[in-house]
Design a protein around this ligand. Sequence first.
Ligand code: HEM
Length: 400
Amino acid sequence: MPDDMLTGAPVLDLDPYALDTLREPWGFHAALRDTGPVVWIPKYDMYAVGRHDELRQVMSDYRRFTTTGGIGMSDIRKPGAWRSPSPITELDPPAHTPVRAAMNRILSPLIIRQWREVFTQKAEALADRVVEAGEVDAVKDIAEAFVLDAFLTVLGVDFSPEEFLVIGDMNFNQQGPKNALFEESMRQAEPIMARYQAAIQRENILPGGFAEQILLAEDRGEFAPGTGPLQVRSFLRAGVDTTISGIGHALHYLARDPAQWAALRADPGKAKPAFEEAIRLESPAANLFRTTVDAGAEISGLHLKGATKVAMFMGAANRDPRAWDDPDRFDIDRNPAGKHVALGAGDHICLGQNIARLEAECILSALARRIDRLELTGTPEIRLVNTLRTLKNLPLRLVA
Ligand code: HEM
């Protein structure tokens, strides 16, 4: 590949958002890693990283790669920005630090542990129902049914679960290019946007959830005035579709590998590492962005021009052979937590990671205690979304 004269980075003339690539990104990921530590993708006037080492640097070094341009493809600082910045994900330290500290108090490990009982009850009841049904679409009947119920309950937001998925498509398409997927998801979301916006406003937040705690923290002056509802929105954007994706992919890998399912049955404590391995391999938050600071940024001997987007492909880094042995193998004993970048890295590392893990642990272990075998009864499809990697369906027979 020729070097780009403007940037010094090798050019990768591929479209990461082509539908075939969204379905099967592995060829693109390999080309991205093999072309260079950072590449230039002309179609979108952006840099991209897919190697584990460089991706971690871009993700975590705000002095070179800022979040204030937005974690999506468009620069939210430019006129006509399509939404207001997130008051947590799109702030660099030092502005980010007190916001994050206040959130860590609201979502302390002690508080999250108290939700175990709620999640366990919901997981056990759902597992009984699906075992009784025998044949299910594990995305709709297990992953979506469980997360939409469990997470929205502890958050305390009253919004129709089905409509929520439409909003999720919109959010994760908006983070990428303005292509046909984006246009279609905007069209689908338009009739429900007003209800969604209303659901995160102060007067509609349900008592007892952590959304209420966010608003109380705003009252105490821990967040900038007026940003409480936007904070709640950040949780809805970040916490629902990603966890559904992780649980769906975990069930898919376990269904394809009866020995690993048997290992999980023998020790349901392996539910957490199984989930961790599934999100390493499939990386639900498939692609996020940073922006080079105005002066430009040095990385791996290349000088990148300033104020330019850098796309991070987490799925590529999480299968980078430079970082992982036998990277494509699903192995519930690998336990890649802390090394994979599916949950981010650095100051913005996922705030809800222990909630996601707890949800996954409760539902996967409830299923493992009841089900001898998971049998695929059809070929699962990918839900095509620009920056989210998730299954559309997963036809399974649950043999108790
Ligand atoms: C498998 C499930 C999940 C995945 C794959 C995931 C992924 C991520 C990633 C990659 C980031 C870093 C974003 C960046 O650096 O630009 C992040 C941040 C974040 N996540 Fe998650 N997430 C998951 C579940 C959740 C849940 C359940 C919640 C809510 C309780 C949540 C809330 C957040 C928030 C608020 C941030 C922003 C933190 C900050 O900017 O300081 N996530 N997540």
